[in-house]
Design a protein around this ligand. Structure first.
Ligand SMILES: Nc1ncnc2c1ncn2[C@@H]1O[C@H](COP(=O)(O)OP(=O)(O)OP(=O)(O)O)[C@@H](O)[C@H]1O
Ligand SMILES: [Mg+2]
Length: 266
């Protein structure tokens, strides 16, 4: 299932870092993702928009192997996984693939009994076997990057939502992922805290981090995305640069989504 050399030959395009082909995921009889193909180039910010329940989170969770796809294939870097072959992945294979794919969730999911610094150190120490001193310095530098040097010893319950989410981003970055998946990272925040998290995401795109970003922040998507994909009912309906997708939607489904979205905005 892991076809490193072959995948390198097949990929052809050195620049494409993530390649998803015909990905499917069903829960029992319910098809949540119905054959999604997507190519993300190194350094690109690929945004995904779409109505609630259309499969955005399931799609991201499949890329991170938090869900095992029901079919299709997935390549990150030089590692390809073919889910049509029927072979189950070993725990080791899953861990190795997942460590290349960072993910940040709407609800932060910080370890509640650890300080901000310990949260960021945890992955490098336990998964990468990084010496603690080195991990502490690395974690401190990442907390500085997200503007939280002064919160390194704070417990998660003493952080604001925006601060907790920035710790979660630093924790994902600590594993030096090849690609970062962000699933509605500002949706659980009070409006006045959204900006500080978006500023960190914007900074990451400027630094060339490859990202797949699910969001309802259309203005932000317009400004920061290289490409926007519109998902509906488990499929990508349109994908292109922000002006094409957000200003000149072709399908009636996207037109009505954007219209509904705009009228729902305060
Ligand atoms: N663990 C699960 N078991 C059964 N069905 C699920 C599961 N997770 C998701 N689904 C279903 O799959 C579909 C897609 O859900 P998903 O959470 O991916 O949508 P979404 O686009 O992220 O929605 P939202 O914008 O509300 O976050 C929905 O019909 C949902 O009910
Ligand atoms: Mg979701």
């Amino acid at each position: 299932m892991f076809e490193t050399a072959q995948a390198r030959e097949m990929s052809g395009n050195e620049l494409s870092l993530v390649e998803v082909r015909d990905l499917k995921k069903s829960y029992g009889g319910v098809a949540a993702v119905k054959g999604v193909s997507l190519t993300v180039k190194r350094g690109d910010a690929q945004f995904i928009i779409g109505p609630s329940g259309c499969g955005k989170s399931t799609f991201l969770r499949c890329i991170n192997l938090l869900e095992e796809p029901s079919g299709g294939s997935l390549r990150v870097g030089s590692t390809t996984i073919d889910f049509d072959s029927g072979r189950r992945l070993s725990v080791r294979e899953q861990a190795s693939f997942r460590s290349d794919v960072g993910m940040v969730f709407q609800q932060f999911h910080l370890f509640p009994h650890m300080t901000a610094l310990q949260n960021v150190m945890e992955g490098p120490v336990t998964v990468r076997r990084m010496p603690k001193k080195e991990a502490r310095e690395w974690a401190a530098s990442l907390l500085a990057k997200v503007g939280l040097s002064d919160k390194r010893d704070a417990m998660p319950r003493h952080l604001s939502g925006g601060q907790a989410q920035r710790v979660a981003i630093a924790r994902a970055l600590a594993m030096s992922p090849a690609v970062l998946l962000l699933d509605e990272v500002t949706s659980a925040l009070d409006p006045e805290l959204v900006g500080e998290v978006l500023a960190v995401v914007r900074q990451l795109t400027e630094e060339g981090m490859t990202m797949i970003v699910v969001t309802h922040e259309m203005g932000f998507a317009h400004e920061v995305a290289n490409y926007v994909a519109f998902m509906d009912e488990g499929r990508i309906v349109e994908c292109g640069p922000p002006p094409a997708v957000l200003d000149r939607p072709r399908s009636s489904r996207l037109q009505s989504f954007l219209r509904r979205f705009r009228t729902a905005q305060p």
